[in-house]
Design a binder for this molecule. Structure first.
Ligand SMILES: Cc1cc2nc3c(=O)[nH]c(=O)nc-3n(C[C@H](O)[C@H](O)[C@H](O)COP(=O)(O)OP(=O)(O)OC[C@H]3O[C@@H](n4cnc5c(N)ncnc54)[C@H](O)[C@@H]3O)c2cc1C
Length: 430
């Protein structure tokens, strides 16, 4: 079937005759889904959210499984100057201070302090991505960030790009320079009581069904029919906020299949693999004050940041990204624990092994309901986010961090994208 023609032919009269159970079904109760549902509820629409997990918040998740809680997904309220979460938190009476840096920072190579000469070489290539974005013409043709850095040579280009593993979560040859340039910047705030907790709290009062993974969406009738384990939901329209990784994995079957423009957009967006591995470390603090960061940078590809006892908690939180994070995700929690413990033992001493009493590893890359950390436009596909946001047949809207333009990859962007989709759906006749 020519889905484009089908979409265009959707007749208003046909829609008016459709006996839907609901005005709108929102799929996914992360930041985007919650924002969309709140907006629709405020507009007087009958809206139901269906969520695959047994909790709200999606990739904003405050994990308390080790005792002391930490944000296993989103932690920073980025570009706070225009981020809606500053106001949402303030309205709820939740504190959002600036990140309390200052615990100290040291750089290591294979667990040993990095020699000064190597640190100096590293410092010389810091900031090279931004510098090139000011001088290299990406107006005519999009480049990968790796191409942008190519003239630094095979030794230093990976070093210059390695910071991206901890910010974008992806290898530099899979990142569009234009998309990267488009991302918003600004101040970062944190939520000491948990960003994930905050997002979940924002969902209170909504009609949300947990433990309901959607497996199919039918949109060849006048509305949408959504298949969940507990039955089929009929609605005028749906807002799909599941991560791009889930869509690309084919976890939701669309009938008819999605228009080619949407499929092309999905082909142009990948998922990064930013990952945190949290260890519970009890007893000895190895002479370290709270809030220190140790950066393992011996191999650019296996770069890993360790936050040691953040906020004085009995935790060490290791963060890595790209293919290294994918390998650890596939290897599983025991391997990840062993990897971080071995590294720590080299950094602070063998006795740390006895102090490690637990691991928590929500591996986003292998998680069936995220399939990666956040969306990354592939080189040459910088228009994909906007294409994905285009409504389909007047009844399916994709929304989430991937459709958030300059706010992509963030909770704030997901929220704005969810609100925008909801505003468009609220304009539909019911
Ligand atoms: C390690 C890590 C660190 C991060 N750090 C930050 C940060 O500091 N600041 C920041 O702003 N952002 C950060 N992010 C990104 C941020 O978490 C996401 O951009 C944001 O939470 C995405 O929101 P969303 O609503 O688009 O998607 P999600 O939060 O993923 O919500 C989608 C929901 O859909 C559900 N779902 C999936 N499949 C189905 C299905 N078949 N049926 C029904 N429901 C389904 C999922 O379970 C999920 O709840 C980080 C992410 C990770 C992984």
């Amino acid at each position: 079937m020519n889905t484009g023609a089908f979409a265009a032919s959707l007749a208003g009269a046909q829609r008016a005759a459709f006996a839907a159970d609901l005005d709108v079904v929102v799929i996914g109760a992360g930041a985007a889904g919650i924002a969309a549902a709140r907006e629709l509820k405020a507009a007087g629409r009958q809206v139901l959210v269906v969520e695959a997990r047994d909790r709200l918040g999606g990739r904003a998740f405050t994990d308390a499984s080790l005792g002391p809680a930490y944000d296993a997904g989103a932690m920073f309220i980025h570009w706070a100057e225009r981020n809606p979460w500053v106001k949402i938190a303030a309205d709820l009476g939740i504190d959002t201070p600036s990140e309390p840096w200052g615990g100290g920072f040291r750089v290591f190579a294979d667990g040993r302090p990095m020699p000064d000469a190597d640190r100096t070489k590293r410092r010389a290539v810091f900031g090279q991505i931004d510098r090139r974005l000011e001088t290299v013409d990406i107006g005519k043709r999009d480049l990968s960030v790796a191409e942008l850095l190519g003239d630094l040579g095979p030794e230093m280009a990976p070093v210059a790009a390695s910071g991206l593993l901890l910010s974008i979560g992806e290898e530099s040859d899979r990142i569009s320079a234009r998309d990267y340039q488009r991302l918003w910047a600004g101040d970062d705030l944190v939520v000491p009581s948990g960003y994930g907790n905050l997002v979940a709290r924002h969902g209170e009062g909504l009609d949300i069904r947990l433990g309901e993974p959607v497996s199919a969406i039918r949109w060849d009738g006048p509305g949408v029919e959504i298949t969940t384990p507990s039955g089929t939901l009929r609605a005028r329209a749906c807002i799909v906020t599941v991560p791009v990784g889930v869509l690309k994995a084919g976890s939701i079957r669309f009938t008819p299949e999605l228009p080619s423009a949407t499929r092309d957009a999905l082909d142009g967006i990948g998922m990064g693999a930013l990952t945190k591995i949290a260890l519970r470390v009890e007893g000895d603090r190895f002479g370290l004050g709270p809030g220190m960061s140790y950066l393992e940078a011996g191999s650019p590809k296996a770069m890993m940041n360790l936050d040691l006892f953040p906020d004085d908690k009995d935790l060490v939180i290791a963060t890595c990204g790209g293919d290294h994070a994918r390998e650890l995700s596939l290897a599983g929690a025991d391997e990840a624990r062993a990897h971080v413990t071995d590294l720590l033992a080299k950094m602070v001493g063998e006795s740390v092994r006895k102090a490690v009493t637990g691991v928590s590893f929500p591996a986003w890359w292998t998680d069936p309901f995220s399939r990666g950390s956040y969306s990354v436009c592939l080189p040459g596909s910088e228009a994909a986010r906007d294409r994905l946001a285009e409504p389909i047949g007047g009844r399916i809207w994709f929304a989430g961090e991937a459709t958030a333009g300059g706010g992509a990859m963030t909770v704030g962007g997901a929220t704005l994208a969810g609100r925008a989709a909801a505003a468009a759906v609220a304009r539909l006749k019911v």
